[in-house]
Design a protein around this ligand. Structure first.
Ligand SMILES: [Zn+2]
Ligand SMILES: [Zn+2]
Length: 163
């Protein structure tokens, strides 16, 4: 078991978690609110584990080179576009994907343009959670628009054996 800590101040950011090699199959989501009225759907990883995603994640986005072969923000991912055309993610690679409840309560990013989302936090505007030292450590997804997970940014955290 490991814990993930803030690389800047050393604060523990997660519960003890075990690394698994691949993203589990997504349990599926019907888009309807759950019993508590939350619309974000099931978490992408169960409690107690984390996955390292080798693909780039989230902002910034760049126009894709070839519209004809476009296959989402990452291959097989959600489609996104703006006035420049179809977009691909040029965000951080190797993010640590965790169940949001395995991550300690992090502060909101002071830049409110990072905090879009209608019923939760959207993960598409860059890092939206900060450590208590101010370091930009996590991309939280809890809106109906983009899954339910917390991603720790590899440059901002370090992995340590759980005590
Ligand atoms: Zn910190
Ligand atoms: Zn929403």
């Amino acid at each position: 078991m490991n814990i993930l800590c803030c690389a800047a101040c050393g604060l523990r950011l997660t519960e003890p978690v075990r690394r698994i090699d691949e993203m589990p199959e997504y349990p599926g989501w019907d888009g309807r609110p759950d019993a508590e009225g939350r619309r974000h759907g099931p978490a992408s990883v169960p409690r107690g584990v984390y996955v390292v995603d080798p693909l780039p994640y989230g902002a910034p986005f760049e126009p894709c080179e070839d519209e004809d072969t476009y296959d989402g923000m990452v291959p097989g991912g959600m489609w996104m576009s703006d006035e420049r055309g179809s977009l691909v993610s040029a965000g951080p690679c190797g993010t640590y994907v965790l169940h949001p409840l395995d991550v300690v309560d992090l502060g909101l990013h002071p830049d409110t343009s990072r905090l879009s989302g209608c019923c939760g936090l959207s993960p598409f505007d860059g890092v939206n959670r900060v450590c208590s030292c101010g370091a930009e450590v996590a991309i939280d997804a809890s809106d109906c628009s983009g899954g339910y997970e917390t991603r720790l940014v590899p440059d901002a955290v370090r992995v340590e054996p759980a005590p």
